[in-house]
Design a protein around this ligand. Sequence first.
Ligand code: GLC
Length: 655
Amino acid sequence: MARAASAQGGKDELFALRLERSAPDLWPMLDLLYGHHPDYEQFRAALLKTLKKAWDSRPDDLCQLDLRRDLNPEWFRKPDMAGYVFYIDRFAKDLSQVFEKIDYLQELGITYVHLMPCLKPRPGDSDGGYSVMDYRKINPDYGSMDDFEALTKALRERGISVCIDLVLNHTAKEHAWAKKAAKGDKKYQDYYLMFDDDTLPKRYEESLVEVFPDNAPGNFTYYPDFGKWVWTTFNEHQWDLNWANPQVFLEIVDIMLFLANRGVDVLRLDAVAFMWKRMGTRCQSEPEVHMILQALRACSRIASASVLHLEEAIVSPAEMLPYLGRGLHDGKEGNLAYHNSLMVQYWSALASRDTTLMTQVLARHFPETLSNATYATYIRCHDDIGWAITDEDAQAAGLSGHHHRAFLSDFYDGTFPGSFARGTLFQVNEATGDKRISGTFASLAGAEAGPEQREFAVQRMLMGHALIASFGGIPLIYMGDEVALTNDYGYVNAPDHAHDSRWIHRPQMDWAATDLADANAMSTRVYLGTRDILARRKEIQGLHAAYGTRICFGPNRAIFAFARLAPTGTILCLFNFSEQWQSLPTQWLDQQGLTRYHDLLSDHPIAVSDGQVSSRGRATWRSRRGYGQSVDHRPYSVFGYEQRSDRCNQAHPVP
Ligand code: GLC
């Protein structure tokens, strides 16, 4: 009895300490957001109660994990972190079968899995699960909340963290709140953005963009049965939440902590850019969005300290960075955010065989280091690729933004003469000329473009995986990209998917491809190369995400270069985006401060000939494995040079 009381006393004390730690990050944000609200004091009291209740019911093993991560806050920035992203049904059928795949994940070097939307979606088309009708239940096709908890536990025991989606911008129109709102319940109508007539929607529309112009044009939907216009940024069945209502904040915190207590390590906060609306703007990334996200982060730190927030904001470079906390929010917002620009620039440089734009954008918009945060780096995900390249950035690189974006769409849908890509268009916007692209990594990289492209396709994929593994952040491998899965053209036969070309790159996992029986198969080559990259990454402490990433301006436009500024010696990472062999003068390498030429991927010294270092020879990781040596043409190779000098630690001017 006495022991239980003292355990509770200890738990209370920890809560008080964590509240004290995060209070300065929480209340000032809420004061700004909701301070004017007549019930503000009750709201604050209710929030405190919610936090305490969640903490009191947090399982002991998770409280222990909280403590462990409080003591080791760098855990997610270490080079042993590597993520894998999959739809449960496409990877393993259901949760019970995911258990069977843990060995596979571990073998690949995975320490983080993103189980794509797994909360109970609306029936029928649910935007791939992003139209959630119950945040407290698992999709019954996948299993139950008990199965989910058992899986998070099993994964944790094997050193794998679990990320799930929490959709913040909208619920399904079948969610209990939405149903009450549709029945006329005023309290719940205020959870959404509803209008009696179209006067205000029309005014908002003047400055809004359309996310799905093809199949869900406009941002509002009229419902004659209850006589209201409802804000529906995405699909008609996804109703935007009214974050100006403090009750919405309270409900979401409760849900967030409920999920945290089921063993979730990372919450992927979906579509966060859209959470705050302001007349006359695009209603994206408004300052209040960052206040809400900082406040949510503080709530997690108080009641589930080990949980991280990954913010999904697929926006332009300058707009993206604040999601990792800038200015007042520095170190207090997302622990992770998608590096959309790195992904876009990879595809842009691959098509143009020129890294000038990539180098300039990444140098201009992104700082060398981030406080308490890092990127989720990726080359492909379940969504389309939008050409988030601004006119200004294109112009600075001597390009026309409009023409370059059009070139990229044509290149990746395969219509540009000589293109190796076999993608398909997504959401063509006639008004803006915007055309986004769907397609798997392999199909976009040339795997379907005939035998002469096969070797190039392998190299392009491995270069992409090496890029995201070394840039700084958690590399996320999208299911199937480790075995070069190509497009699934059958999506057009599924009635719920046919209208949405993103399903072309959401194929079923091909388990036969993982048996590695055929050493020359593209799947085997890409799998072994990817596994090797992740294994090498784990061993190279200099790739820790806390160390700076400095983009280097080199003499060869086909080569993208950055330096990882580790205190033990800088690592220079080089990526050849062309089909040709490329060289770099040793003079330039020396100017970067190099004192030792050593390929960290293969762990071999690098040869210099005629004052040049070139991307052929034994400079790739593959030679260690004994496969691929017969291929003496090595474009798209990657190599790293370790530096032992501090000379590179001086600011590198943007030319
Ligand atoms: C996010 C998801 C995307 C979904 C959208 C609406 O962007 O990644 O798949 O369509 O949110 O929920």
